[in-house]
Design a protein around this ligand. Structure first.
Ligand code: HEM
Length: 443
């Protein structure tokens, strides 16, 4: 049957749609879904994208019919930087890597990491001076990077955090320009932008290879993620190749800190804009912790802090869109779509849909506590994706976000600097475009 979904481009020139998507993807995808419905074809010159915005369709793609899809087309960033790691690989190869890494993320392991998370949060906020202005986006990035490197790779990387942040930003902006470009210059053509990107990627390589090298020279066995990867053996006794070790390490180091840092940054922003929520968080932290360090068990008791994290992930989902490419035909309701269809599913769009959330644009952590969100269809909320490719780091990220919030809120109140512009920048992840300048006040 022919695809009946209505193209957004009807009555518009595709170049106009292209410009809108390039300049304001969040607004344009939202408008497409709200105006044209849950299945919309977006035609951009020879390319066509299918935007799905109903939880049922999203569940079909990510769960029920997941075998008919691969990740979206290989992007410069993903292939040059992440290689063939967990996030990007497919099929049997992916399954083996996922099985290998999974034990590093078991619940008890995460609980054991909680102490390190608290140590680093205390150490980091311990350097803050009452009344100073800080870029909290940078702070959160540095902190989550240090935590990921220590808990998953067993190394201290304080010196490298700034390099990684700078280089990652450059690499993501470059990738975004490429995704949105009408004509893509191949990455091997030495344009200034391609050369800058290559230099940035090489610096990231250097950081990761240094971490692997440090561990190769360390005679002690470690049971963290890097230990698991380095100790893995095939039936024939061979381990991961250097290349594979590099790809998996890069993937987990980058995926393991950037998203959580953004979630925390948006949470601080939202708390500043909603003083009643901030007061409720402070009251809970004071009451549950009574001035002591949080334990892994406290993370479960801090119910309001958990609701703050859930609500921040709803309004500013760090992974704001998921892409898939059909490798065989698939069917949604009465529509059959051919192999090769590019599918997009946006957390930003669905998480703000008034059909599922009352006052959808408002920050209301209470909605996660008073039963209002109980009856939601499963994929009305999917900050971590779903199905077999569900984020492997979900329990890690949630534990870390709650503990960092609790440690920080028990010591400081963060206030947005008057006049500082705040605007989401949808790169591969969703960041505040101008960072987040906040005054930190000791409580
Ligand atoms: C708030 C924080 C985080 C968010 C919002 C997030 C979001 C996501 C999403 C949406 C996916 C699925 C992508 C897709 O289906 O195309 C994903 C996959 C993944 N995430 Fe996360 N993530 C977070 C934290 C983490 C952490 C802390 C780690 C590691 C320590 C991590 C490692 C990964 C990996 C390796 C995958 C690929 C899994 C696979 O395909 O088997 N993430 N994440």
């Amino acid at each position: 049957m022919a695809v009946e979904a209505i193209p957004l481009t009807r009555g518009q020139h595709w170049l106009d749609l292209y410009r809108r998507l390039r300049d304001d993807p969040l607004g344009t995808f939202t408008a497409a879904a709200r105006e044209y419905g849950d299945r919309v074809r977006l035609g951009i010159g020879p390319r066509e994208l299918l935007l799905l915005s109903s939880p049922d369709d999203i569940e079909q793609v990510l769960v029920m019919q997941n075998r008919k899809f691969h990740k979206g087309r290989g992007l410069t960033f993903t292939s040059r930087v992440l290689g063939n790691g967990l996030l990007t690989s497919e099929g049997e190869f992916w399954r083996r890597q996922r099985r290998l890494a999974q034990p590093a993320f078991h619940r008890q392991r995460i609980a054991a990491m909680a102490h390190t998370m608290v140590d680093y949060a205390e150490r980091h906020t311990g350097t803050w001076r009452d009344g100073e202005v800080r870029d909290i986006a940078e702070d959160m990035m540095r902190l989550t990077f240090a935590i990921a490197a220590r808990t998953l790779f067993g190394v201290d990387v304080e010196d490298e955090a700034d390099t990684v942040r700078e280089v990652l930003t450059l690499a993501m902006r470059h990738t975004n320009r490429r995704i949105r470009a009408l004509v893509r210059v191949p990455p091997w053509v030495p344009t200034p932008a391609n050369r800058r990107f290559e230099r940035a990627a090489a610096r990231l390589d250097h950081v990761v290879l240094r971490i692997i090298q440090a561990r190769r020279e360390d005679p002690n066995a470690h049971d963290d993620l890097l230990g698991l990867l380095m100790g893995a053996r095939d039936e024939d006794g061979s381990g991961l190749s250097d290349r594979q070790l590099r790809d998996e390490s890069m993937t987990l180091l980058l995926a393991g800190h950037e998203t959580t840092a953004n979630a925390l940054t948006w949470a601080w922003y939202l708390l500043d804009r909603h003083p009643a929520a901030r007061a409720a968080l402070e009251a809970e932290v004071d009451q549950v912790l009574e001035g002591r360090r949080p334990t892994p068990e406290d993370a479960g008791r801090l119910t309001y802090a958990n609701a703050v994290v859930s609500e921040a992930l709803r309004l500013y989902p760090p992974a704001w869109i998921i892409g898939r490419r059909a490798v065989e035909p698939f069917t949604l309701g009465p529509h059959t779509f051919p192999a090769g269809t590019q599918v997009l599913m946006s957390q930003w769009v669905v998480h703000r849909d008034p059909r599922f959330y009352d006052r959808p644009d408002q920050f209301l952590p209470e909605r996660w506590l008073d039963g209002r969100t109980k009856g939601l269809p499963p994929f009305a909320y999917f900050p971590f994706g779903g199905g077999p490719r569900l984020c492997i780091g979900k329990p890690f990220a949630l534990m870390e976000a709650v503990l960092v919030l609790a440690v920080t809120a028990s010591r400081f109140r963060l206030e947005l600097v008057e006049g500082h512009p705040v605007e989401p920048e949808p790169l591969i992840t969703l960041r505040p475009r101008y960072g987040l300048k906040m005054t930190v006040r000791r409580r």
